[in-house]
Design a protein around this ligand. Structure first.
Ligand code: ADP
Ligand code: NA
Length: 350
């Protein structure tokens, strides 16, 4: 069996928001207590939708600062940016030849990001999931904490691992590089693990504060739609006060949130920040109006985010330290990646 290993990444594009924090980064921090973790600023991904960026280096540092400020320990685990390790692009090329065009065409993120003018989307945007599979499998990671929007990409990562293992099964065995993988009732021998997504808890899909049908996103033109990790206490309170809601009181049970997307979202955010369940939040706030719930939510959000915000600012003022963390992480990631690429080249037959 494969040794358990966690891998996940965040793109250095735009401001980090509450969805990124609750859906991903906070889980990274929790997992580091019990797991061997690799957390990556996926800068190669950030040029798929937009090629030229104003300050990519600054964005890379800012995401790294958020990782560290949230509590990730770069000494015990690996924190680095993707472009430092050439194995990501190298393995992605091999996976481009494993994956089928039809698999990529089915990806909802590609359809959303490419919009109507698909012919004019970058080839990289189409191949994005193949690079993501490479990010994960370069370290033969077994577990990937992500938000709900990444579920389909993780299924594709599994499909790529399965096809690689099947297509090269003879070579993998001949080279003595096979590892036992439990798949349902069967055990197969393969080189890459079949990665498990970790998508759990009350905030796997944090929605826009202005529209309960859209996810909170870096690319939403309305800044009122999201709480940024860099927002100060006043901005957080103002955005929550202005968040869209309905006129009814909060229900006392989760069933009462059905059909009330905005209410469901705010209760989910509260539950995630308080590290409890929606049902417990409703036990406390059921029957009360949003005029009472919103200030409580704002207070909790400020309490949880202000220390991270302050630490991020402190770290961003010391780019030398951040760059040293990325360099060290890149070297340690690179050593693991090199072993994988040596094996993969032997298996493919180069
Ligand atoms: P974005 O989707 O904001 O552009 P990334 O693609 O870099 O950001 O995603 C980083 C992580 O944050 C991923 O694990 C993604 O699933 C998670 N994530 C992004 N948006 C949300 C959201 N609204 N709710 C929960 N998790 C999210
Ligand atoms: Na995303």
């Amino acid at each position: 069996a494969f040794a358990p290993r966690v891998f996940s990444g965040v793109q250095p594009t735009g401001n980090l928001h509450l969805g990124n924090y609750l859906g991903a980064i906070r889980k990274f921090v929790a997992l580091q207590e019990s797991q061997d973790c690799i957390y990556c600023v996926v800068d190669l991904h950030s040029i798929t939708a937009q090629l030229v960026h104003e300050d990519l280096k600054g964005q890379i540092r800012s995401i790294t600062a958020a990782f560290l400020a949230a509590g990730i320990d770069p000494k015990r685990h690996i924190v680095f940016n993707q472009s430092r390790v050439s194995g990501h692009a190298e393995l992605a090329w091999i996976f481009n030849c494993v994956a089928r065009i039809g698999w990529m065409n089915r990806m909802t993120q590609f359809k959303e990001k490419a919009g109507k003018d698909r012919e004019n989307a970058s080839l990289g945007l189409l191949a994005y999931p193949s690079l993501m599979a490479a990010d994960i499998l370069l370290y033969r990671a077994t577990h990937v904490p992500v938000g709900d929007d990444q579920k389909q990409h993780l299924e594709l990562t599994r499909d790529i691992a399965i096809k690689f293992n099947n297509d090269f099964s003879g070579r993998i065995a001949a080279a003595g590089l096979g590892t036992e993988i439990a798949m349902g009732d069967e055990t197969v021998n393969g080189y890459f693990p079949i990665t498990e997504p970790m998508i759990e808890g009350p905030a796997t899909r944090v929605m826009s504060l202005k529209d309960g049908s859209k996810k909170m996103s870096k690319s939403d033109p309305s800044d009122l739609s999201r709480i940024n990790l860099t927002d100060d206490a006043d901005q957080i309170a103002r955005k929550i006060r202005k968040a869209k809601t309905d006129p009814d009181a909060l229900p006392s049970e989760t069933a009462g949130l059905a059909g009330r997307a905005e209410a469901d979202n705010l209760v989910g955010i509260y539950a995630a920040l308080a590290e409890t369940r929606k049902a417990d939040v409703l036990t406390e706030f059921g029957g009360r109006q949003f005029s009472e719930f919103k200030p409580a939510l704002a207070e909790l959000a400020v309490e949880k985010l202000a220390p991270i915000n302050a630490e991020m600012r402190r770290l961003i003022d010391d780019p030398g330290h951040i760059d040293a963390v990325l360099k060290d992480g890149g070297e340690r990631a690179g050593a693991i990646a090199e072993r994988t690429m040596r094996d993969v080249k032997e298996i493919v037959g180069f």
